[in-house]
Design a protein around this ligand. Sequence first.
Ligand SMILES: [Zn+2]
Length: 194
Amino acid sequence: MVRRLRDRNRATVEHLSRDALDVRELKRLGLLKHRAMSLETGFRWPSIDRIISERFWLVLENWGRGTVQQIRVSWTRCHLGGWRPWMHCPSCGKRVAKLLKGLGGYLCRSCIGDPLYACQAKSTYGRIHFELCKIRLQLGGMASPTEPFPERPPRMRRKTYERLKARAFELEMELPAKRRKKPVDYPNLVYYLT
Ligand SMILES: [Zn+2]
């Protein structure tokens, strides 16, 4: 029987997202204004030293590697008024909210080679375990299914809590007891903590 081998070293979307450029975050940081602005990025994006921007473009500078990358920015009108920014992938031109960091600089998800989401890169039980951990973290509890199930967070709607809890129990039923003790995949789960 021929089986597809999972590449365990393949970077997941979650992994790549830590260094990702999110256009909403850039706007929040005060970039993308009508006049030219510059931002020293510090530790937030280790591979970028400075971002220079104006309303319709961004320039990423990396002095260490002597690279400069230019990214086009466009705006669309929101339903509730106001405008929201988009970046255009420097390779294919596609309009996206996030660019991921690859070896050749920042590109859209498909130009970077369509990395998988962590759950897609896992076995069936791995996927169940991952989703279960994710729900538990969303509820502010301990990720591991061996820990007690979290209470409803004070600011969460009762209906939302009941739905997530029902889903978690459904997943738990599918997970053999032995698999519950599997180590928690924190490197990929941090992506879902906001
Ligand atoms: Zn692209």
